[in-house]
Ligand binder design. Sequence first.
Ligand code: ZN
Length: 413
Amino acid sequence: MKINDKQLAQVNDRIKALVDAGSFYGKKLSEAGITSVSSAEEFENLPFSEKKDLRDAYPLGLMTAPEDKIVRIHSSSGTTGTPVIIPYTAKDVDDWAEMFKRCYETAGITNMDRIHITPGYGLWTAGIGFQNGAEKLGAMTIPMGPGNTDKQLEMMQAMKSSVLCSTSSYALLLTEEIEKRGIQDKIHLKKGVIGSERWSKKMRDRIASGLGIELYDIYGLTEIYGPGIGISCKYDTGMHYWDDFIYLEIIDPATGKTVPDGEMGEIVITTLVKEGAPLIRYRTHDLSRIIPGECPCGCGFPRIDVIMGRTDDMMKIKGVNVFPSQIEEILGSFHEISSEYQIRISHLDGKDTMRIYVETTGDYDFNEIAKKVAEKVKSRIGFTPIVKVVEVGVLPRSMKKTARVIDERFEEN
Ligand code: ZN
């Protein structure tokens, strides 16, 4: 999906604001001699922005609007090192609430819903984003924040909360607690709005059936407003994103080139109207793809797939970019094999080789399964792996998810 003329004009307006303010990116653009772009091709040659840059601009280097226009800051919780500070104008706060309201509406949530918000309030963008969007929608909010499960369940029953806003792990914990206490019939939840992270279908089904609710994936990151820049609709065919506020590209994380619609890669986002801290071509390191075509809901906003992982997980095999989630998805389509697997990549006789270990019971023909899995990987991803089928229980159980992929190419060198 190429950038259109209206979006291009908005980008130029933001470039001018950045340069005029002389803020962190304004200086970078000035130094590179960039004052505007006149085509999609020129846009695709603009330098990327990175989280590292945002840290370098600490504390207020990103501030692009005059201070009397700034009403708030948010900060992303860096696990290591300097945090990132994002300043917001009143218009930014309002635009964000507008996008979030649209998310609720896309999920079929109305001003008669009671929205139970469990993400945290404070420096980060989670709780307050859910809150402002719900207020703009006109719904009653129950601003819980995280933790204190007893209180959560008490309020959920007394207030008859109809929408749960949560991370997937907290939604699972609440599901289990509700079942343990046998209070399912006192819970009035109908829908869940769940912060998009990579979560398994198994977990999703567990929450949906345990609570008897429909689930919606919501997307966003602090650097770009916060959660609420996209959400799945009832057809669950990916997440619609608001292309009147953001321009979204998918790039090959290795080459930095944009990839055709439908192909997997890294999400890169440009804010089209943000004042406090506009970002041009910000690399999110989230993996997804643009879903071509129209959604059956007919809403007209473009879609990306649910987040498939992070670019750090990417493997390059025989010149093809592969993500563990793609293999996992293929393996998940075979009912004959268990959920455990291991991927080993090695370099033999001048060639990259991927071996996939899967487990099955004695009820199935090992060779038949190996052949079918290899064929499916070949047809979906484009190369043939060596598939080894073992008895259930043979693969190590205590391994963390990331350790399921072992790249032996680097050990050999
Ligand atoms: Zn839709």
